[in-house]
Design a protein around this ligand. Sequence first.
Ligand code: ATP
Ligand code: MG
Length: 413
Amino acid sequence: MKQSQLFTKIRKEVPAGEVSKNAQLLIQAGFVYKEMAGVYAYLPLGWRVMNKIIEIIREEMNAIGGQELFLTALQSKEIWEKSGRWSDEVIDVWFKSQLASGTDVGLGNTHEEPITALMKQYVHSHKDLPVFAYQFQTKFRNELRAKSGIMRSREFIMKDLYSFCKNDQQHEKFYEECKQAYTRIFERLGIGDKTFVTFASGGSFSKYSHEFQALSDAGEDIIYLSRDKNIAVNEEVYNDEVLAELNLKKQDLEQHKAIEVGNIFSLGTKFSDALDLTYIDESGEKQKVIMGSYGIGPGRAMGTIVELCHDEHGIVWPESVAPFRVHLISLLKEGGGVADQMYKKLTDMGVETLYDDRDERAGVKFAQADMIGIPYRVVISEKTLEKNAVEVKKRNESEARLVLQEELYSLFV
Ligand code: ATP
Ligand code: MG
């Protein structure tokens, strides 16, 4: 894409009133637009990043047998009353409204109830199980505090997967596979070295849930990390009994602030009971379906990546999620002929390139490129042209090097 055509512009000032680093950087560099507190629109650069994150998650969910669907944001009161979760005392973040007829509706803040109700039409026999269904869907939550930028929004996309199994054994097997898939996802998102499986409260249906917590001072959670065992314990379940059970010693644990980027839950039969989801087993007996739910917020993941991957000049995107792979910067005064050709060749090769073809000073172009944070900066100028070369610098390295023009392309095959 030509930068002259990108309608978003880099802002000179850090946006006023933003306390979180991710929102400051993302707004300033034109990735997101703040509609109101806790509500963000994704602009072309930000939407590209979002889609990369989503695609990585999608690949990993498909790899463990997930089937993608798309439920509705509008929710009817009846099915939520069956589980007792229509009540504002049970779920305190509901946005509720009414149809023209006066019927109560809510905007989904999670989707256990509707997907369980839906499965009643398709799950009858043990042969119909297991089922693993997931979606990327907008959730609405009237969050009390929304000070963490895109990491805690009132409207956000969630990947939520729901598992339906015939027994505990089948459930445990999938739960473990999903845990592994989550580990791969955060690895691929470039935050694997900072993200740890964390034992957290399991709610009423199981002893623990597992959170994926990324170490960061911007986090809202406190965890206790064992580097040796590569696991952590959320402060909410940090007590002598739990430590003994997990074979952890207090003195070996580090206390950290952390961001919950993902959460997986065993639900037992809580929702299959409430909504009466059963199947007929091998011996003709009626049985309850065992469920689990598995969430990741791609927006929160994006905010976390920015919190963990930036320097004083701007964002430093991991290659896997960067909006473009190459930032081609032309400093040529006499038209852009050679740079234009280079842009065309890179694009034809399938290398995602942002081409700074604007008439701006070199210093401005470099500073703005650093803010945007694309992994490879390729500069072409009169000086480099004399040597039939371009200057290549990685965003996370300080030294640029000269690369012959014909050798440039082999860097990206
Ligand atoms: P938190 O404790 O941070 O409020 P939660 O435990 O309520 O989160 P879940 O219901 O487990 O969140 O949601 C699954 C995932 O969705 C979370 O791990 C997180 O990645 C993401 N998520 C949750 N709330 C938000 C939000 N307000 N904005 C953006 N992403 C969110
Ligand atoms: Mg959670």
